[in-house]
Design a protein. Sequence first.
Lengths: 216, 216
Amino acid sequence: MKCDRLRLYVVLDRELSRGRGLSHVTELALAGGAGVIQLRGKTWSGLELYREAVALGPLVKSYGALLIINDRVDVALAVQADGVHVGQEDLPAEAVRRLLAPRGVLGVSVGSLEEARAAAKVADYVSVGPVFPTATKPDAGPSVGLDLLRHVAAAVGVPVLAIGGIHAGNVQGCVQAGAAGVAVVSAVVAADDPEEAAAAILRAGWRDAGAGQGCR
Amino acid sequence: MKCDRLRLYVVLDRELSRGRGLSHVTELALAGGAGVIQLRGKTWSGLELYREAVALGPLVKSYGALLIINDRVDVALAVQADGVHVGQEDLPAEAVRRLLAPRGVLGVSVGSLEEARAAAKVADYVSVGPVFPTATKPDAGPSVGLDLLRHVAAAVGVPVLAIGGIHAGNVQGCVQAGAAGVAVVSAVVAADDPEEAAAAILRAGWRDAGAGQGCR
């Protein structure tokens, strides 16, 4: 996959979108330079997730970005999404790799160097976090800090994303620690202006790139 | 699919199993003649469902019965289960049909004649219910009675299962209304003796068949 798309990876969250529809928030995030959009709906029905993914697909594609479905490989396959992201409590990454065609993007959340090494055998990227404290995902456990991010980035041969409490003010530290990109929820979807919030994160992390320039 | 396997279709439920493991309950149900075992875990993680399905697969196969996964097509594919059962709030049946190989068994829950006709275009069987009042699935809506079962069985070209509040005392009415079989939860998994409970349902519904005889 084109690595620069991973610079800004936006995870959608309906509850945090302040009444704005997910398509609207997605369009703003894409306009601000997001290269990957992840659809997550842990408590949604399969039908709800399917319908939302069908609605988002053409929009995400029109920006040359990737649509990744959280957890539900079947939904991703049904809507021909670009890939799937799984955590350690979802289907095992090896099983997901077999279900996705070789070209499907597979991302795996990791919380330790051991998990990162195992995931990197089959994943196209891994995400490490929560790097900073976050209120978005209360079950995510204590923050792991930049040290684990640095160790994982040095140890694995796939792009590493930082996630958890990331915003324009701390993205540079993540990049310096070796992150290929950052995954954010609140910092974009809950922002007054999601487009500007996305662009600001990209400017802060990659001064040499225009907002979203690397993602098209 | 061999229709007589559908005579007794047992839907597993951990909460109703009275502390007995699902493998134990499954073995008893199979010994009593169940021809299909459905694994359902709406609130479970993908990993939990995957592990349980991996554990049940060889056991169900050893009895010549079918293992059906509720809702999660990806889990079914990952463990090479025999098929998938979806409701009206899950992935659309047409999408599931495409994901399963042609040989994968697809079942669909229907609550009206219209839903039954639509589902029968792609499904291997449909289930109609709740035929009788049931406390097992509080969200299942009011019972539809034997009339809908009769109408669906007369209208569609695939086997029809009755579900909802079924036990040895009312199974015969379902069969007379045209059901190819009955799907039960509590009547088997919560029974003092799941094996005898399963066998009793088969005896009551199909007097000419020995317990489980039609399922091997």
